[in-house]
Design a protein around this ligand. Sequence first.
Ligand code: CDV
Length: 320
Amino acid sequence: MPGTITIAAAQMGAIQKNDTRSSVAQRIQHQIEKAASRGAQLIVFPELCLTPFFPRWYYETLDEADQWFEDQWPPRGLEAALQKARELNIMVQISYAEKTPDQHRYNTASLIFSQGSAIMKYRKIHLPGHAEYIPERPLQHLEKRYFEIGDLGFPVERLNLKNVGEFNIGMLLCNDRRWPEAWRVLGLQEVDIVLIGYNTPVANLDVTHNQPPHLKVLHSNLSVQAGCYQNNCFGVSVAKAGVEDGHAMFGSSIIVNPFGEIIARSSTWNDELIIADCDLSLCQVNRSSTFNFEAHRRPEHYQRIVEQTGSIRPKNTIQA
Ligand code: CDV
């Protein structure tokens, strides 16, 4: 049975268009040092933590958007921060726009193990928004233009960490957290900790319905709390927050336990560290009772989940 791991969620305030990479790298290094000094063994940064959330801007060609992509490892300017993490023996998850040597572009998260040599990678699967400029939208969300759908599935790796023991870790990125299928694929691999970075605007993306900001936070928390409870895992859900290029993002980073309870939450829209001691033995409680998948799941009745994408209403109407 694994023990307790101390995890830091490093919420980041806005990154503006003109911010230099070295200033962003310094912010990241500062949080790594602070987290390590508070005993954290793992620190998690938000989605696209090296750049502004550039999919809100329309570029006619992909080449023009390439200024926001990383085509090398480690990403430009991060060498010192990652070296510091190695010295401090802390695992780091960063997320960034990735351009591969064969010209594929992904919205990617990488977990760098404490020894610094090995990484685990996830490429975002649920890409929200649209691929073309839509003039009537108050805010563009062009992830479908700039990124391909992740090609790695939802991987879970088994790690062995000194003083903690063996545990299983997986990742999601932003919109993925709203999809129960993504969580369940991780849950079916006995994931103990799910790392999630996000950029979620306060403004409405749906022009047909005006959702008040408090619902945005509710839906974000609801998704992570349900995902953790139903899949017996901790969730570390980390925001890019604050006003970026005039657009507010609601922040509200949280760490959630396997009972669905929020055990740490951010209170600002700035760079802010929240830390929790996560007792991984708690993952076994419902894994061996309410959510013992082997005993209780009925996959023979779940075909629609994998065979169908859109919803289909019943054929016949009953006069009631
Ligand atoms: N970066 C994201 O994936 N953001 C979405 C927005 C578009 C709603 C999210 O689900 O938070």
